[in-house]
Design a protein around this ligand. Structure first.
Ligand code: G
Ligand code: G
Ligand code: MN
Ligand code: NA
Length: 248
């Protein structure tokens, strides 16, 4: 896969694409942001999910080039929707190198993006055993005005200490919790996560919302935002622009 990934990166503007999944505020139902999700159109295999190649990219070091491409693409595309926050998934390997923060700083300095529109998403697993370099990068990003979301919250290890030890602004409730909402412990777990986050002044986004009852429950317990197939699938940039145009 290393060789094919290198080919894909050399041919990135053809083989790679970002899709954007809208994120909505529960308070008034408005679209407030998007999450950028990488797609690889492999010439032989067709669409390959990042779940299948991000790990290899990390192991081979290609994640640096890949991650920079994602950031640039997202920032470029986001010019078409200036009012929305843009969340980018980032590997801890990117945060461990100085280059990532420098790249973000350059994009901000050159006026390619207003920093408070940008948010990086990091998984809890990524923070497991994370070095001081990761913590320092997150603090530097925050100083620039870039926010950090803890992705897949609840599925990782020692979640609570991550809230304490890292400069986190938002928790993304993993979709497995949303799917389990119709069970008794499931609903209580989500309520507990919501109160924990709110008590710590954190924003909350629930992922994988597929049904109206899930949406209503999350609104009732005080979750701030939702994302999921009920509202919208991840969309190519042009489709997102068309969706926004229909709104206004
Ligand atoms: O959208 P999809 O189900 O294909 O995403 C699968 C996984 O890949 C998710 O965990 C998501 O966070 C991750 N992912 C999507 N895009 C990127 C990206 O640009 N960089 C990194 N590091 N991970 C991504
Ligand atoms: O790990 P991360 O949360 O970044 O990955 C998001 C993944 O969840 C993407 O692969 C995206 O396509 C997928 N996704 C988004 N909304 C839904 C949903 O409502 N249901 C399911 N099953 N997957 C979703
Ligand atoms: Mn994510
Ligand atoms: Na997630």
């Amino acid at each position: 896969i290393y060789r094919e990934l290198r080919v894909a990166l050399a041919d990135r503007d053809r083989q790679l694409e970002l899709h954007y999944q809208p994120i909505y505020a529960l308070e008034d139902g408005r679209m407030v942001g998007v999450e950028a999700l990488l797609r690889w159109h492999h010439p032989d295999v067709g669409l390959v999910s990042p779940a299948e190649f991000v790990r290899s990219a990390e192991e081979t070091g290609l994640i640096q080039v890949l991650g920079e491409w994602v950031l640039h693409r997202a920032v470029e595309d986001a010019r078409a929707w200036p009012d929305l926050r843009i969340a980018v998934n980032v590997s801890p390997i990117q945060l461990r190198s100085r280059e990532f923060v420098e790249t973000v700083r350059r994009l901000v300095d050159e006026g390619h993006i207003v920093p408070d529109r940008l948010e990086v998403e990091l998984t809890e697993t990524a923070l497991l055993g994370a070095s001081g370099e990761v913590a320092r990068s997150l603090s530097e990003l925050r100083r620039l005005g870039v926010a950090c979301a803890l992705d897949d919250f609840g599925t990782g290890y020692s979640s609570l200490s991550h809230i304490r030890d890292f400069a986190v602004d938002r928790i993304k409730i993993d979709r497995s919790f949303v799917q389990a909402l119709n069970t008794v412990p499931g609903a209580a777990l989500v309520e507990a996560i919501v109160s924990l986050a709110r008590a710590n002044g954190l924003q909350l986004t629930a992922e994988g919302v597929e049904r109206v009852d899930q949406y209503e429950f999350l609104k009732k317990v005080g979750c701030h935002e939702v994302q999921g197939y009920l509202l919208s699938r991840p969309l190519p940039a042009e489709k997102l622009v068309a969706l926004l145009a229909r709104r206004h």
